[in-house]
Design a binder for this molecule. Structure first.
Ligand code: PRP
Length: 211
């Protein structure tokens, strides 16, 4: 069974036009990423375990369900920060754990530069946030770190993923669930997603390439 979910939804298609368009402004880009993150987030949380509880409404008792497990949001710096607020709105009790990586421009290999995971207290479920999954190297480094921390269940939320990166993560971590808004076919010689959206971190934070 594939653990890949590609979200088919008219709103996803619509907002993908905005993030792909090179003429989209920085603030419009950020907003569209947030809208897409909500849509991906709804699908990525649809089977979270809940427990029954009784709530007293102003009128009567109501049988309800609450989330039963601690959930952690793990944005991959920088670009993953653009998906934190929308996911925090959906999951207000979730913790946020930061891991910083950048890709070496020549090798496209991820380089870790920030790790703020505590020694204990790993959440049951971690939602890894990054708008782009290209070669898959960055996400794989984060998955390995989360597994060594003790996270039981890892779900990766991405806006645009390249097929080669998906294939790599599915091969190396067949237990990890992937939720993506779009799947693009290939990478170029600089390991950028084609057609993709450019560099999400640069577009979210308005830093020109190498700027
Ligand atoms: C981008 C992107 C992912 C990574 C994807 O980050 O946000 O983290 O590259 O590439 P991969 O799948 O080939 O590893 P980048 O290195 O540009 O850092 P940034 O978020 O600081 O811009």
């Amino acid at each position: 069974m594939s653990l890949l979910t590609k979200i088919d939804h008219p709103l996803v298609e619509h907002h993908l036009c905005t993030v792909r368009d090179k003429s989209t402004s920085c603030s419009e880009f950020r907003t569209a990423i947030e809208r897409l993150a909500v849509l991906v987030g709804v699908y990525a949380t649809e089977d979270l375990i809940t427990q029954p509880t009784t709530i007293q409404t102003p009128i009567a008792a109501a049988n309800c369900h609450k989330l039963a497990m601690p959930i952690g949001l793990v944005p991959i710096l920088r670009a993953g920060l653009g998906m934190v607020h929308p996911l925090q709105n959906l999951l207000p009790d979730a913790s946020v754990w930061h891991l910083g990586l950048y890709r070496n421009e020549e090798t496209a290999e991820p380089v870790g530069y920030y790790d703020k995971l505590p020694s204990r207290g790993a959440p049951s479920v971690a939602l890894v946030l990054d708008p782009m999954l290209a070669t898959g190297g960055s996400v794989e480094m984060v998955i390995s770190r989360l597994k060594s921390w003790g996270v039981n269940e890892i779900r990766v939320l991405s806006i645009i993923a390249a097929q080669p990166g998906i294939d790599r993560v599915e091969r190396d971590f067949p237990d990890v669930k992937l939720y993506v808004a779009a799947i693009d076919p290939e990478l170029n010689e600089q390991s950028f997603i084609v057609p993709g959206l450019g560099d999400a971190g640069d577009r979210i934070f308005d830093t020109p390439q190498n700027g």
